[in-house]
Ligand binder design. Structure first.
Ligand code: GTP
Ligand code: CA
Length: 495
Protein backbone atom coordinates (compact mmCIF):
# COMPACT_ATOMS: atom_id res chain seq x y z
CA UNK A 1 0.00 0.00 0.00
CA UNK A 2 2.82 2.37 1.02
CA UNK A 3 4.71 1.25 -2.10
CA UNK A 4 1.73 2.06 -4.27
CA UNK A 5 1.41 5.48 -2.72
CA UNK A 6 5.16 6.06 -3.23
CA UNK A 7 4.88 5.16 -6.96
CA UNK A 8 1.92 7.51 -7.24
CA UNK A 9 3.98 10.28 -5.61
CA UNK A 10 6.92 9.58 -8.03
CA UNK A 11 4.78 9.52 -11.20
CA UNK A 12 5.01 13.04 -12.71
CA UNK A 13 1.63 12.72 -14.43
CA UNK A 14 -0.14 13.32 -11.18
CA UNK A 15 1.34 16.74 -10.78
CA UNK A 16 -0.94 19.44 -12.27
CA UNK A 17 2.01 21.66 -13.24
CA UNK A 18 3.63 18.96 -15.35
CA UNK A 19 0.33 18.11 -17.01
CA UNK A 20 -0.13 21.82 -17.75
CA UNK A 21 3.39 22.05 -19.28
CA UNK A 22 2.80 18.91 -21.38
CA UNK A 23 -0.42 20.41 -22.76
CA UNK A 24 1.49 23.59 -23.58
CA UNK A 25 4.19 21.62 -25.43
CA UNK A 26 1.60 19.80 -27.50
CA UNK A 27 -0.13 23.11 -28.30
CA UNK A 28 3.21 24.70 -29.23
CA UNK A 29 4.07 21.84 -31.59
CA UNK A 30 0.62 22.05 -33.20
CA UNK A 31 1.07 25.81 -33.62
CA UNK A 32 4.50 25.36 -35.22
CA UNK A 33 3.31 22.70 -37.64
CA UNK A 34 0.21 24.75 -38.56
CA UNK A 35 2.31 27.87 -39.19
CA UNK A 36 4.70 25.94 -41.43
CA UNK A 37 1.82 24.37 -43.39
CA UNK A 38 -0.02 27.70 -43.84
CA UNK A 39 3.22 29.40 -44.87
CA UNK A 40 3.90 26.75 -47.50
CA UNK A 41 0.37 26.96 -48.82
CA UNK A 42 0.71 30.69 -49.55
CA UNK A 43 4.03 30.01 -51.29
CA UNK A 44 2.28 27.71 -53.73
CA UNK A 45 0.09 30.56 -54.97
CA UNK A 46 1.59 31.52 -58.32
CA UNK A 47 1.14 34.58 -60.47
CA UNK A 48 1.43 34.48 -64.24
CA UNK A 49 2.45 36.65 -67.18
CA UNK A 50 2.16 36.11 -70.95
CA UNK A 51 4.53 37.48 -73.59
CA UNK A 52 4.02 36.99 -77.33
CA UNK A 53 7.25 37.09 -79.32
CA UNK A 54 6.08 38.18 -82.76
CA UNK A 55 9.28 37.41 -84.67
CA UNK A 56 9.94 37.73 -88.39
CA UNK A 57 9.74 33.98 -89.02
CA UNK A 58 7.10 32.98 -86.46
CA UNK A 59 5.28 33.94 -83.26
CA UNK A 60 5.81 32.15 -79.95
CA UNK A 61 3.71 32.55 -76.80
CA UNK A 62 5.57 32.34 -73.49
CA UNK A 63 3.81 31.83 -70.15
CA UNK A 64 5.83 32.72 -67.06
CA UNK A 65 5.00 31.97 -63.43
CA UNK A 66 6.39 33.09 -60.07
CA UNK A 67 5.42 32.70 -56.42
CA UNK A 68 3.00 35.51 -55.56
CA UNK A 69 4.84 36.39 -52.33
CA UNK A 70 8.29 36.68 -53.87
CA UNK A 71 7.90 39.04 -56.81
CA UNK A 72 11.12 40.97 -56.30
CA UNK A 73 13.35 38.07 -55.36
CA UNK A 74 15.73 37.24 -58.14
CA UNK A 75 15.43 34.00 -60.10
CA UNK A 76 11.81 33.51 -59.05
CA UNK A 77 10.21 33.89 -62.49
CA UNK A 78 10.24 30.73 -64.57
CA UNK A 79 8.92 29.67 -67.92
CA UNK A 80 5.83 27.53 -67.37
CA UNK A 81 4.84 26.84 -70.96
CA UNK A 82 5.53 27.86 -74.57
CA UNK A 83 3.37 27.56 -77.63
CA UNK A 84 4.52 27.97 -81.23
CA UNK A 85 1.92 29.72 -83.35
CA UNK A 86 1.27 27.82 -86.58
CA UNK A 87 2.34 29.53 -89.79
CA UNK A 88 4.64 32.47 -90.45
CA UNK A 89 5.28 35.67 -88.51
CA UNK A 90 2.59 38.36 -88.18
CA UNK A 91 4.32 40.61 -90.74
CA UNK A 92 3.52 38.02 -93.45
CA UNK A 93 -0.21 38.79 -93.03
CA UNK A 94 0.00 42.24 -94.62
CA UNK A 95 -2.17 41.12 -97.54
CA UNK A 96 -4.99 39.89 -95.24
CA UNK A 97 -4.42 41.67 -91.94
CA UNK A 98 -7.46 40.24 -90.10
CA UNK A 99 -5.79 36.80 -90.23
CA UNK A 100 -2.84 38.07 -88.17
CA UNK A 101 -4.94 38.18 -84.98
CA UNK A 102 -6.76 34.92 -85.73
CA UNK A 103 -3.44 33.10 -86.19
CA UNK A 104 -2.87 33.46 -82.43
CA UNK A 105 -6.08 31.65 -81.44
CA UNK A 106 -4.78 28.11 -80.67
CA UNK A 107 -1.92 29.33 -78.49
CA UNK A 108 -4.12 31.84 -76.62
CA UNK A 109 -6.69 29.10 -75.94
CA UNK A 110 -3.85 26.99 -74.58
CA UNK A 111 -2.84 29.90 -72.33
CA UNK A 112 -6.40 30.00 -70.94
CA UNK A 113 -6.11 26.34 -69.98
CA UNK A 114 -2.62 26.57 -68.50
CA UNK A 115 -3.36 29.52 -66.21
CA UNK A 116 -5.88 29.01 -63.34
CA UNK A 117 -9.14 30.78 -64.23
CA UNK A 118 -9.17 32.86 -61.03
CA UNK A 119 -5.82 34.41 -62.05
CA UNK A 120 -6.85 35.33 -65.64
CA UNK A 121 -7.97 38.91 -64.87
CA UNK A 122 -4.70 39.87 -63.22
CA UNK A 123 -2.42 38.11 -65.74
CA UNK A 124 -0.68 40.68 -67.98
CA UNK A 125 -0.34 39.98 -71.73
CA UNK A 126 2.31 41.76 -73.80
CA UNK A 127 3.01 41.42 -77.51
CA UNK A 128 6.38 42.56 -78.81
CA UNK A 129 7.08 42.48 -82.53
CA UNK A 130 10.65 42.46 -83.82
CA UNK A 131 12.54 42.77 -87.11
CA UNK A 132 9.84 41.42 -89.46
CA UNK A 133 7.49 44.20 -88.39
CA UNK A 134 10.33 46.76 -88.41
CA UNK A 135 10.88 45.90 -92.07
CA UNK A 136 7.16 46.02 -92.89
CA UNK A 137 6.94 49.44 -91.18
CA UNK A 138 9.84 50.61 -93.37
CA UNK A 139 8.00 49.48 -96.51
CA UNK A 140 4.49 50.57 -95.53
CA UNK A 141 3.64 52.06 -92.13
CA UNK A 142 -0.13 51.85 -92.72
CA UNK A 143 0.09 48.10 -93.28
CA UNK A 144 2.24 47.54 -90.19
CA UNK A 145 -0.24 49.59 -88.11
CA UNK A 146 -3.10 47.49 -89.48
CA UNK A 147 -1.35 44.22 -88.58
CA UNK A 148 -0.73 45.53 -85.04
CA UNK A 149 -4.40 46.60 -84.72
CA UNK A 150 -5.47 43.13 -85.83
CA UNK A 151 -3.45 41.35 -83.12
CA UNK A 152 -4.45 43.99 -80.57
CA UNK A 153 -8.17 43.56 -81.31
CA UNK A 154 -7.82 39.80 -81.01
CA UNK A 155 -5.85 39.80 -77.74
CA UNK A 156 -8.21 42.29 -76.07
CA UNK A 157 -11.07 39.77 -76.32
CA UNK A 158 -9.28 37.39 -73.92
CA UNK A 159 -9.96 37.57 -70.17
CA UNK A 160 -6.34 38.48 -69.42
CA UNK A 161 -5.01 41.97 -68.56
CA UNK A 162 -4.03 43.25 -72.01
CA UNK A 163 -0.95 45.50 -71.81
CA UNK A 164 -0.31 46.42 -75.44
CA UNK A 165 1.11 45.23 -78.75
CA UNK A 166 4.05 47.19 -80.18
CA UNK A 167 7.16 46.97 -82.31
CA UNK A 168 10.12 46.94 -79.93
CA UNK A 169 13.32 48.67 -80.97
CA UNK A 170 16.54 46.81 -81.80
CA UNK A 171 18.15 48.29 -78.64
CA UNK A 172 15.31 46.98 -76.48
CA UNK A 173 15.54 43.55 -78.11
CA UNK A 174 19.27 43.36 -77.36
CA UNK A 175 18.98 44.77 -73.84
CA UNK A 176 16.07 42.54 -72.76
CA UNK A 177 17.90 39.45 -74.11
CA UNK A 178 20.89 40.44 -71.97
CA UNK A 179 18.64 40.95 -68.91
CA UNK A 180 17.04 37.52 -69.48
CA UNK A 181 20.28 35.52 -69.62
CA UNK A 182 21.77 37.30 -66.61
CA UNK A 183 18.56 37.06 -64.56
CA UNK A 184 18.33 33.33 -65.29
CA UNK A 185 22.02 32.90 -64.35
CA UNK A 186 21.41 34.80 -61.08
CA UNK A 187 24.25 37.21 -61.93
CA UNK A 188 22.47 40.42 -60.86
CA UNK A 189 21.51 39.32 -57.38
CA UNK A 190 24.91 37.85 -56.56
CA UNK A 191 26.76 40.80 -58.21
CA UNK A 192 28.68 38.32 -60.42
CA UNK A 193 30.29 39.30 -63.76
CA UNK A 194 27.54 39.42 -66.38
CA UNK A 195 27.42 37.39 -69.59
CA UNK A 196 26.97 38.94 -73.01
CA UNK A 197 24.00 38.04 -75.22
CA UNK A 198 24.10 37.06 -78.91
CA UNK A 199 20.73 36.61 -80.61
CA UNK A 200 20.34 35.54 -84.24
CA UNK A 201 16.80 35.86 -85.58
CA UNK A 202 15.42 35.57 -89.09
CA UNK A 203 15.61 39.28 -89.90
CA UNK A 204 17.95 40.85 -87.33
CA UNK A 205 20.79 39.93 -85.01
CA UNK A 206 21.76 41.49 -81.68
CA UNK A 207 25.02 41.72 -79.72
CA UNK A 208 24.92 43.01 -76.12
CA UNK A 209 27.61 43.00 -73.43
CA UNK A 210 29.11 45.02 -70.59
CA UNK A 211 32.21 46.85 -71.73
CA UNK A 212 34.79 48.51 -69.49
CA UNK A 213 35.70 50.79 -72.39
CA UNK A 214 33.77 53.91 -73.26
CA UNK A 215 30.77 53.29 -75.53
CA UNK A 216 31.49 56.06 -78.05
CA UNK A 217 28.14 56.12 -79.85
CA UNK A 218 25.17 57.09 -77.63
CA UNK A 219 22.69 54.91 -79.55
CA UNK A 220 24.69 51.80 -78.56
CA UNK A 221 24.90 52.65 -74.88
CA UNK A 222 22.42 51.70 -72.14
CA UNK A 223 22.77 52.18 -68.42
CA UNK A 224 21.01 49.93 -65.92
CA UNK A 225 20.87 50.02 -62.14
CA UNK A 226 19.71 46.60 -60.96
CA UNK A 227 19.73 45.23 -57.39
CA UNK A 228 21.96 48.12 -56.31
CA UNK A 229 24.60 47.63 -59.03
CA UNK A 230 25.34 49.81 -62.08
CA UNK A 231 25.84 48.30 -65.53
CA UNK A 232 27.08 50.13 -68.64
CA UNK A 233 25.93 47.99 -71.50
CA UNK A 234 26.87 48.06 -75.19
CA UNK A 235 24.16 46.86 -77.58
CA UNK A 236 23.56 46.84 -81.31
CA UNK A 237 20.90 45.28 -83.49
CA UNK A 238 21.73 44.73 -87.17
CA UNK A 239 18.53 44.88 -89.18
CA UNK A 240 18.73 42.67 -92.31
CA UNK A 241 21.45 40.50 -90.72
CA UNK A 242 19.13 37.80 -89.32
CA UNK A 243 19.81 34.56 -91.17
CA UNK A 244 16.84 34.70 -93.60
CA UNK A 245 17.51 38.27 -94.69
CA UNK A 246 21.27 37.65 -94.85
CA UNK A 247 20.54 34.76 -97.24
CA UNK A 248 18.40 37.04 -99.42
CA UNK A 249 21.25 39.58 -99.45
CA UNK A 250 23.73 36.85 -100.42
CA UNK A 251 21.48 35.60 -103.26
CA UNK A 252 20.84 39.12 -104.55
CA UNK A 253 24.56 39.83 -104.57
CA UNK A 254 25.25 36.75 -106.70
CA UNK A 255 22.33 37.24 -109.10
CA UNK A 256 23.14 39.24 -112.19
CA UNK A 257 20.42 41.04 -114.15
CA UNK A 258 18.68 38.68 -116.53
CA UNK A 259 20.10 35.54 -114.85
CA UNK A 260 17.87 32.49 -115.03
CA UNK A 261 20.28 30.32 -113.03
CA UNK A 262 22.24 30.90 -109.86
CA UNK A 263 25.18 28.60 -109.05
CA UNK A 264 25.43 28.92 -105.30
CA UNK A 265 28.46 27.59 -103.33
CA UNK A 266 26.43 27.85 -100.04
CA UNK A 267 24.02 25.09 -101.11
CA UNK A 268 24.79 21.40 -101.57
CA UNK A 269 25.75 19.94 -104.93
CA UNK A 270 22.57 18.54 -106.51
CA UNK A 271 20.30 21.11 -104.85
CA UNK A 272 17.96 22.46 -107.53
CA UNK A 273 14.99 24.71 -106.77
CA UNK A 274 13.02 27.16 -108.86
CA UNK A 275 12.53 30.42 -106.98
CA UNK A 276 10.92 33.73 -107.87
CA UNK A 277 13.00 36.88 -108.28
CA UNK A 278 10.42 38.54 -106.09
CA UNK A 279 11.27 36.23 -103.14
CA UNK A 280 14.74 37.79 -103.18
CA UNK A 281 14.31 41.32 -104.48
CA UNK A 282 11.00 41.95 -102.72
CA UNK A 283 12.78 42.36 -99.40
CA UNK A 284 13.59 45.89 -98.24
CA UNK A 285 16.99 44.51 -97.15
CA UNK A 286 17.75 43.80 -100.79
CA UNK A 287 16.12 46.81 -102.43
CA UNK A 288 18.05 49.00 -99.99
CA UNK A 289 21.31 47.51 -101.30
CA UNK A 290 20.25 48.33 -104.87
CA UNK A 291 18.46 45.28 -106.24
CA UNK A 292 19.65 43.70 -109.46
CA UNK A 293 17.48 44.70 -112.40
CA UNK A 294 15.09 41.81 -112.76
CA UNK A 295 11.91 40.75 -114.45
CA UNK A 296 9.41 41.47 -111.56
CA UNK A 297 7.57 38.15 -111.84
CA UNK A 298 10.32 35.99 -113.27
CA UNK A 299 11.89 32.85 -111.85
CA UNK A 300 15.43 31.63 -111.50
CA UNK A 301 16.84 28.17 -110.82
CA UNK A 302 18.83 27.99 -107.60
CA UNK A 303 21.56 25.36 -108.06
CA UNK A 304 23.98 24.28 -105.33
CA UNK A 305 27.71 23.81 -105.93
CA UNK A 306 28.68 23.04 -102.30
CA UNK A 307 31.98 24.87 -101.84
CA UNK A 308 32.61 26.21 -98.33
CA UNK A 309 35.58 28.42 -99.32
CA UNK A 310 33.63 30.19 -102.08
CA UNK A 311 30.58 30.41 -99.81
CA UNK A 312 32.72 32.08 -97.14
CA UNK A 313 33.95 34.68 -99.69
CA UNK A 314 30.38 35.39 -100.79
CA UNK A 315 29.21 35.78 -97.19
CA UNK A 316 32.18 38.01 -96.27
CA UNK A 317 31.06 40.48 -98.89
CA UNK A 318 27.92 41.14 -96.80
CA UNK A 319 30.11 42.78 -94.14
CA UNK A 320 31.43 46.17 -95.11
CA UNK A 321 34.60 47.19 -93.27
CA UNK A 322 35.58 50.08 -95.53
CA UNK A 323 34.48 52.92 -93.25
CA UNK A 324 34.42 53.61 -89.50
CA UNK A 325 33.99 57.02 -87.87
CA UNK A 326 34.71 55.63 -84.37
CA UNK A 327 37.74 54.23 -82.61
CA UNK A 328 36.75 50.72 -83.73
CA UNK A 329 33.84 49.17 -85.58
CA UNK A 330 32.26 45.77 -86.07
CA UNK A 331 31.03 46.29 -89.65
CA UNK A 332 28.97 48.71 -91.77
CA UNK A 333 30.46 51.60 -89.78
CA UNK A 334 28.86 50.51 -86.49
CA UNK A 335 30.83 51.24 -83.32
CA UNK A 336 31.74 48.22 -81.20
CA UNK A 337 34.25 47.88 -78.35
CA UNK A 338 36.29 44.63 -78.30
CA UNK A 339 34.19 41.71 -77.08
CA UNK A 340 34.67 41.09 -73.36
CA UNK A 341 33.76 38.22 -71.01
CA UNK A 342 31.68 35.17 -71.79
CA UNK A 343 28.64 35.14 -74.08
CA UNK A 344 25.43 33.17 -74.41
CA UNK A 345 24.54 32.69 -78.11
CA UNK A 346 20.93 31.64 -78.57
CA UNK A 347 18.03 31.30 -81.07
CA UNK A 348 19.42 30.49 -84.57
CA UNK A 349 23.02 30.58 -83.25
CA UNK A 350 22.00 27.55 -81.21
CA UNK A 351 19.69 25.81 -83.75
CA UNK A 352 22.37 25.84 -86.45
CA UNK A 353 25.49 25.15 -84.37
CA UNK A 354 23.69 22.38 -82.51
CA UNK A 355 22.63 20.69 -85.75
CA UNK A 356 26.17 20.94 -87.14
CA UNK A 357 27.63 19.56 -83.86
CA UNK A 358 29.78 22.66 -83.46
CA UNK A 359 28.65 23.89 -80.03
CA UNK A 360 31.93 22.78 -78.37
CA UNK A 361 34.29 22.95 -81.35
CA UNK A 362 37.16 25.41 -81.80
CA UNK A 363 36.92 28.03 -84.55
CA UNK A 364 39.45 26.12 -86.68
CA UNK A 365 37.61 22.80 -86.26
CA UNK A 366 34.32 24.52 -87.05
CA UNK A 367 35.71 25.92 -90.32
CA UNK A 368 37.12 22.52 -91.25
CA UNK A 369 33.83 20.78 -90.50
CA UNK A 370 31.96 23.30 -92.65
CA UNK A 371 34.24 22.44 -95.60
CA UNK A 372 33.30 18.79 -95.20
CA UNK A 373 29.60 19.43 -94.57
CA UNK A 374 29.06 21.81 -97.51
CA UNK A 375 30.77 19.36 -99.88
CA UNK A 376 28.26 16.58 -99.14
CA UNK A 377 25.83 15.97 -102.04
CA UNK A 378 22.25 17.14 -101.43
CA UNK A 379 20.78 13.66 -102.06
CA UNK A 380 23.03 12.16 -99.39
CA UNK A 381 22.24 14.91 -96.86
CA UNK A 382 18.50 14.40 -97.37
CA UNK A 383 18.89 10.65 -96.84
CA UNK A 384 20.94 11.17 -93.66
CA UNK A 385 18.39 13.47 -91.99
CA UNK A 386 14.93 12.35 -93.13
CA UNK A 387 13.15 13.88 -90.12
CA UNK A 388 14.51 17.42 -90.53
CA UNK A 389 12.48 20.05 -92.37
CA UNK A 390 13.88 20.31 -95.89
CA UNK A 391 14.03 24.11 -95.80
CA UNK A 392 16.22 24.06 -92.68
CA UNK A 393 18.34 21.22 -94.03
CA UNK A 394 19.03 22.94 -97.33
CA UNK A 395 20.23 26.08 -95.55
CA UNK A 396 22.63 24.71 -92.88
CA UNK A 397 25.70 25.09 -95.14
CA UNK A 398 24.85 28.76 -95.69
CA UNK A 399 23.72 29.34 -92.08
CA UNK A 400 26.81 27.72 -90.52
CA UNK A 401 29.12 29.69 -92.78
CA UNK A 402 27.17 32.87 -92.05
CA UNK A 403 27.40 32.35 -88.27
CA UNK A 404 31.17 31.71 -88.34
CA UNK A 405 31.73 34.78 -90.53
CA UNK A 406 29.46 37.04 -88.46
CA UNK A 407 31.15 36.01 -85.21
CA UNK A 408 34.75 36.03 -86.49
CA UNK A 409 34.83 38.79 -89.09
CA UNK A 410 31.83 40.81 -87.96
CA UNK A 411 32.09 40.89 -84.15
CA UNK A 412 35.79 39.91 -84.01
CA UNK A 413 35.62 36.76 -81.89
CA UNK A 414 39.13 35.48 -82.62
CA UNK A 415 40.29 31.86 -82.12
CA UNK A 416 41.37 32.73 -78.58
CA UNK A 417 37.98 34.14 -77.68
CA UNK A 418 35.92 31.45 -79.41
CA UNK A 419 35.56 29.32 -76.26
CA UNK A 420 33.97 32.34 -74.50
CA UNK A 421 30.86 31.74 -76.62
CA UNK A 422 28.38 29.25 -75.17
CA UNK A 423 25.72 28.14 -77.63
CA UNK A 424 22.63 27.77 -75.49
CA UNK A 425 18.90 27.27 -75.88
CA UNK A 426 17.71 27.40 -72.29
CA UNK A 427 18.99 28.37 -68.87
CA UNK A 428 17.42 26.37 -66.04
CA UNK A 429 14.29 25.42 -67.97
CA UNK A 430 13.57 28.89 -69.42
CA UNK A 431 14.37 29.87 -73.01
CA UNK A 432 17.09 32.45 -73.64
CA UNK A 433 15.48 35.36 -75.55
CA UNK A 434 14.22 38.89 -75.02
CA UNK A 435 10.70 38.03 -73.75
CA UNK A 436 11.47 37.32 -70.09
CA UNK A 437 13.57 40.49 -69.72
CA UNK A 438 10.77 42.49 -71.37
CA UNK A 439 8.18 41.22 -68.90
CA UNK A 440 10.48 41.64 -65.86
CA UNK A 441 11.07 45.24 -66.88
CA UNK A 442 7.43 46.12 -67.60
CA UNK A 443 6.17 44.55 -64.38
CA UNK A 444 8.96 46.24 -62.36
CA UNK A 445 10.11 42.88 -61.13
CA UNK A 446 13.79 43.83 -61.12
CA UNK A 447 14.27 46.60 -58.54
CA UNK A 448 17.00 49.23 -58.91
CA UNK A 449 18.06 48.72 -55.31
CA UNK A 450 18.61 45.39 -53.58
CA UNK A 451 15.52 44.68 -51.47
CA UNK A 452 16.06 44.35 -47.70
CA UNK A 453 16.24 40.67 -47.11
CA UNK A 454 16.04 38.99 -43.68
CA UNK A 455 19.37 37.49 -42.60
CA UNK A 456 17.93 33.98 -42.74
CA UNK A 457 15.99 32.32 -45.53
CA UNK A 458 12.40 31.47 -44.59
CA UNK A 459 12.94 27.70 -44.21
CA UNK A 460 16.01 28.29 -42.03
CA UNK A 461 14.06 30.72 -39.84
CA UNK A 462 11.22 28.22 -39.26
CA UNK A 463 13.65 25.38 -38.51
CA UNK A 464 15.69 27.41 -36.03
CA UNK A 465 12.58 28.71 -34.26
CA UNK A 466 11.21 25.16 -33.97
CA UNK A 467 14.51 23.78 -32.66
CA UNK A 468 14.88 26.53 -30.06
CA UNK A 469 11.28 26.09 -28.91
CA UNK A 470 11.88 22.39 -28.37
CA UNK A 471 15.18 23.06 -26.60
CA UNK A 472 13.53 25.63 -24.33
CA UNK A 473 10.72 23.24 -23.50
CA UNK A 474 13.18 20.46 -22.72
CA UNK A 475 15.14 22.79 -20.44
CA UNK A 476 11.96 23.85 -18.66
CA UNK A 477 10.98 20.24 -18.07
CA UNK A 478 14.46 19.42 -16.80
CA UNK A 479 14.41 22.43 -14.48
CA UNK A 480 10.98 21.48 -13.19
CA UNK A 481 12.12 17.95 -12.53
CA UNK A 482 15.25 19.09 -10.71
CA UNK A 483 13.47 21.67 -8.57
CA UNK A 484 10.59 19.36 -7.76
CA UNK A 485 12.88 16.61 -6.25
CA UNK A 486 13.37 18.17 -2.81
CA UNK A 487 9.65 18.80 -2.64
CA UNK A 488 9.00 15.12 -3.32
CA UNK A 489 11.52 14.09 -0.64
CA UNK A 490 10.00 16.53 1.82
CA UNK A 491 6.51 15.22 1.29
CA UNK A 492 7.80 11.67 1.95
CA UNK A 493 9.37 12.81 5.24
CA UNK A 494 6.08 14.33 6.41
CA UNK A 495 4.29 11.07 5.73
N1 GTP B 1 17.30 24.90 -88.04
C1 GTP B 1 16.33 25.43 -87.36
N2 GTP B 1 16.02 26.70 -87.61
C2 GTP B 1 15.03 27.24 -86.92
C3 GTP B 1 14.32 26.53 -85.92
N3 GTP B 1 13.38 27.36 -85.40
C4 GTP B 1 13.52 28.53 -86.06
N4 GTP B 1 14.49 28.45 -86.99
C5 GTP B 1 14.96 29.47 -87.91
O1 GTP B 1 15.95 30.22 -87.22
C6 GTP B 1 15.86 31.60 -87.55
C7 GTP B 1 15.66 32.40 -86.31
O2 GTP B 1 14.47 31.99 -85.68
P1 GTP B 1 13.85 32.91 -84.56
O3 GTP B 1 14.88 33.14 -83.53
O4 GTP B 1 12.55 32.32 -84.17
O5 GTP B 1 13.66 34.25 -85.42
P2 GTP B 1 12.51 35.33 -85.32
O6 GTP B 1 12.32 35.66 -83.88
O7 GTP B 1 11.32 34.88 -86.05
O8 GTP B 1 13.16 36.55 -86.11
P3 GTP B 1 13.56 38.03 -85.61
O9 GTP B 1 12.31 38.85 -85.68
O10 GTP B 1 14.60 38.48 -86.57
O11 GTP B 1 14.08 37.88 -84.23
C8 GTP B 1 14.73 31.70 -88.56
O12 GTP B 1 15.32 31.66 -89.83
C9 GTP B 1 13.90 30.45 -88.34
O13 GTP B 1 13.27 30.03 -89.52
C10 GTP B 1 14.68 25.19 -85.68
O14 GTP B 1 14.13 24.51 -84.83
N5 GTP B 1 15.71 24.70 -86.43
CA1 CA C 1 13.67 36.76 -82.38
Amino acid sequence: MADQREMKEKSPWHRPLIIFITVLIVLAIIALVTTAVVQNRTLQKYKYGIVLDAGSSHTAVYIYEWPAEKENNTGMVQQKHTCDVKGKGISSYYTSVEKAGLSLRDCMEEAKEKIPTWRHRETPVYLGATAGMRLLRKMNETLSDQVLSSVEGFLQVYPFMYQGARIISGQEEGAYGWITVNYLSDNFHRALPTIGALDLGGASTQITFVSRREVESPENSIHFRLYGNDYDVYTHSFLCYGKDQALKQALAQQLKPGDTQLHDPCFHRGYNQTKTWESVTGSPCVSAQGSPASPPHGNFTHLGTGNAALCRSAVRRLFNSSHCQWGRCSFNGVFQPPVEGTFGAFSAFYFVMNFLNLTSATLEDSKEKMVQYCSRPWAEVKLSYPSIKEKYLAEYCFSGTYILTLLENGYNFTSGKWSDINFIKKIGGSDAGWTLGYMLNLTNMIPAEAPDTPPLPHAGYVTIMALFSLLLTALLLLACKLFSRPACTQSKQII
